[in-house]
Write a protein that binds this ligand. Structure first.
Ligand code: SAH
Length: 347
């Protein structure tokens, strides 16, 4: 079968064999990528039109008890100046965001034991009370199912937890031994069961990743059927064990975005900040490859520099309003437009 026929097969059957995935990912040409992007864009336009959803990302803590080898805020990185936002500061970010048209807020942070379930419950309650027309997404890492349930009952709508890699050996090469793929996957299944809209995802070009691992990622996504999938290139951070590793490629990230759209047609798919970091037009290209979400930063400017998961992260010096204007222009320049909506999954 020619590679284009594999892309057609994926569109119809929504799955490929491991052998087919690896062949496609190892041998695709620029023409194959353009063919996939075209298909992906047509599918996204049919479901979501020319609308691009925005999510205001609030990076509320960079304390983390984990030591993931790729991540700039891992606990062993002593060069990081640690910070925590107060509930008041988080609410201020939401206020700023709401005025700028955001109708989804994402609370993301390291796994910081300082914040208890009851602190989250109260914070979630306050946000939902002040902004009842907004969706609230959490990205707080691995917690117990009981805790996920409490936060859901408090009003959280969505949860982002990238699986990072669906291959167990590979997972072990990216994380210290106290972290396991099994637990990560159980968290994702639990979140789904509770009723969250869930997002999984992985880094493209993480160390030791080959098309075999990527094939497993695609199969896992198909199995989990998440509402959102976050992928972006791996980018080395200078104070981590992976400082000398090479970054993930633009070309492969864009191709994978298209394949995810073709496979999981309704999925909410962000053109990530990491993609915008490795190429000045990365996010626009991401949308043209099938993405339909952008997640601009709403964190206070004075902490942005400190939430550096990877080097050269963009938009760390800009006020929320400037970011918003810049994103608007970028999206308009390629024939799409930002909408001020919650942007839920369209079944
Ligand atoms: N603690 C939360 C949030 C993690 S940060 C959690 O565990 O889910 C969000 C994502 O950033 C991670 O899931 C990871 O995929 C990505 N990330 C971390 N370090 C990165 C790097 N060096 N390059 C690119 N992406 C990175």
């Amino acid at each position: 079968m020619k590679l284009r026929e594999l892309i057609d097969k994926l569109e119809i059957e929504e799955t490929l064999t491991t052998e087919e995935w690896t062949r496609l990912l190892n041998h695709f040409t620029q023409e194959d990528a353009a063919y996939a992007a075209d298909k992906a864009r047509t599918i996204a336009d049919e479901i979501y039109g020319k609308e691009i959803y925005i999510r205001g990302l609030i990076e509320f803590t960079n304390y983390c008890k984990n030591d993931c080898y790729y991540c700039g805020i891992r606990r062993s990185n002593e060069k990081v100046e640690r910070y925590r936002l107060t509930r008041g500061q988080i609410l201020d970010c939401c206020h700023t965001g709401w005025k700028l048209g955001y109708r989804t807020f994402v609370l993301q942070g390291g796994e910081d034991g300082f914040y208890t379930d009851s602190w989250y419950q109260e914070t979630i309650g306050k946000i939902k009370e002040a902004y009842p027309d907004c969706a609230l997404t959490l990205s707080l890492g691995e917690r117990s199912k009981e805790s996920y349930q409490r936060l859901y009952d408090a009003g959280a709508d969505r949860y982002l937890l990238r699986h990072e890699t669906a291959n167990q050996q590979h997972y072990g090469r990216l994380h210290p031994k106290e972290l396991s793929l099994k637990n990560r996957k159980e968290c994702l299944w639990g979140l789904r069961e509770i009723g969250y809209q869930v997002g999984c995802g992985f880094m493209v070009g993480s160390p030791y990743q080959t098309s075999k691992e990527l094939a497993e990622d695609m199969k896992f996504i198909h199995e989990l059927k998440p509402h959102m999938v976050g992928i972006g290139p791996f980018i080395p951070q200078k104070d981590t064990p992976f400082a000398q590793e090479t970054q993930g490629s633009l070309r492969l990230t864009l191709f994978l975005l298209s394949l995810i759209r073709i496979m999981e047609k309704h999925v909410l798919l962000p053109a990530t900040t990491a993609l915008g970091t490795i190429d000045p037009k990365g996010r626009e290209l991401g949308i043209l490859a099938g993405a339909n979400v952008i997640m601009p930063n709403l964190s206070p400017v004075d902490v942005r520099e400190k939430y550096k998961l990877y080097d050269n992260k963009i938009c760390t010096g800009e006020e929320a309003a400037e970011c918003r204007g810049c994103i608007d222009r970028r999206v308009t320049s390629i024939g799409y437009h930002i909408v001020s909506k919650r942007g839920d999954y369209k079944a």
